[in-house]
Unconditional design. Sequence first.
Length: 208
Amino acid sequence: MKILHINSSSRGAESRSLQLADVFLRELQKRKAVEVDRFDLFSGELPEFGELAVGAKMAMFAGVEATFEQKAAWAGIKAVFDRFASADAYLINVPLWNNGLPYVLKQFIDVVTQPGWAFGFDLETGYSGLLKDRKACIIHASGVYHRSIPANFGSDFSTPYLSDWLQFVGLEEADIHQIHYAPTVVNADPEGTRQQVEQQVAGIASRF
């Protein structure tokens, strides 16, 4: 099994979500042969989906020749998609930022979610995901927000968004596993919560 581990935390070894992702991988590697490709989104590897790349995409739609610079930018986008598409499974660790995703994870999603690559479209039937027969584990961490607190303590837009996105590109809902370590800061027993979440992580890894 080849896993693309998408690390969207900027905290390095101090990241709670990254620490739990490492627990997941250790547990999984006890049970099966796993090739892990780790993509640290804050490393600077992720290309910008800016004017040149968008220009190349629009040139392709229009059936005209892209410029040399546009082709180079599009090649960078394609390289990231190929890395994404070559995986059998995805492990994504996600800190909750301002009730949603870190901006680099949204950038990654916009880079790889391209027509004809990640999804198709039909005028009668609509969109269809092209990345079939894959699974995903998403590990969330948040300092304050958790599901049982009042609304004025925050919201979680990332959990439904990531589920919708993965289904959009072709994964089945039953193959998307989401784990929440929360809260990590406003918590009378953070270590007890962490141990409970580690057990959840190990359980999912054993069935992954």
